[in-house]
Write a protein that binds this ligand. Structure first.
Ligand code: G
Ligand code: G
Ligand code: MN
Ligand code: NA
Length: 251
């Protein structure tokens, strides 16, 4: 169909671009970033990933798109490091993860650009793990053994069982913003949010609070020993060149 063909053109015409959203320690220090793809459509303007990733998955074009993202990230890593962003979170679709040879391709790409595996955080949603569990487990083990970091994205919103936290090589849980926004003693999710952070602490995995939009959200995370935070209150996703300007004017 139309959009499918347009997606194909987008890959060949270089219409995608990346934004990075910084990730901070809850004490304020920047430590990393999450990369988010955008599509600069020739007539429709900027299209967010929510509007084309699903299509790219169903058509298989996600493979080419994902490869483009990975290569661009590998190129950007030295510049990110210069800003104190030592790790980059990459959102992966189950189709990418379950594709034969994905691990080898990732390894090959990082070697080519002399990127250390520990600089790359593979972000997966809980739903990915449930729907495609059989293949995913082995690939995740391989990735983890090679030094790549594994993050469970949108934690608390999917269909996952807590069992995955023990059976999969998870390094980081990203607490969904539903729970980050639950601060305040009268909020019904507040006990759950606190329990999620206690769980991360018990398991020895890093916790990143997502969707931090106010000082109150940040204080809540800090008070409940959440080590890391990300959100509009701290910094919006931005072009790397814009981050470079802003971070150098602060320093
Ligand atoms: O920016 P926005 O809120 O529209 O992002 C929507 C979703 O798109 C997020 O859940 C994010 O994980 C996903 N996403 C962003 N970049 C990528 C990417 O490079 N690959 C995949 N598979 N998903 C992405
Ligand atoms: O599903 P995932 O966590 O990968 O989604 C990332 C998306 O969340 C990005 O599209 C990003 O724009 C969005 N996002 C980042 N920070 C905030 C925030 O503070 N509030 C809200 N509502 N969305 C955010
Ligand atoms: Mn994510
Ligand atoms: Na998320």
């Amino acid at each position: 169909v139309m959009m499918r063909h347009e997606l194909h053109t987008a890959v060949t015409n270089d219409e995608f671009f990346l934004e990075y959203q910084p990730i901070y320690r809850t004490n304020g220090q920047v430590v990393g970033a999450e990369v988010l793809i955008r599509w600069r459509h020739p007539t429709r303007g900027i299209i967010p990933p929510g509007e084309f990733i699903t299509l790219a998955e169903t058509t298989g074009q996600i493979i080419a798109v994902g490869r483009w993202v990975l290569e661009q990230v590998c190129r950007d890593i030295p510049r990110l490091k210069a800003l104190g962003m030592e790790r980059v979170g990459l959102n992966l679709s189950p189709i990418q993860l379950n594709r034969q040879g994905f691990f080898e391709e990732l390894l090959e790409m990082t070697r080519q650009y002399k990127v250390l595996p520990e600089c790359i955080v593979i972000e997966l949603t809980e739903n990915v793990l449930v729907s495609e569990l059989s293949n995913a487990v082995q690939t995740l083990e391989e990735l983890h053994d090679a030094g790549f970091k594994i993050a469970l994205d949108d934690f608390g919103t999917g269909y996952s069982s807590l069992r995955y936290l023990q059976t999969l090589p998870i390094d980081i849980i990203k607490i969904d913003r539903t729970f980050v926004h639950a601060s305040g003693p009268s909020h019904p999710y507040e006990p759950i949010a606190r329990a999620m952070l206690a769980l991360a602490h018990e398991l020895g995995v890093d916790a990143v609070g997502e969707g931090v939009e106010t000082q109150e959200h940040l204080t809540f995370l800090r008070e409940h020993r959440c080590g890391f935070a990300q959100g509009f209150y701290l910094c919006r996703p931005k072009l790397l060149s814009v981050l470079e300007q802003e971070f150098s004017s602060i320093a």
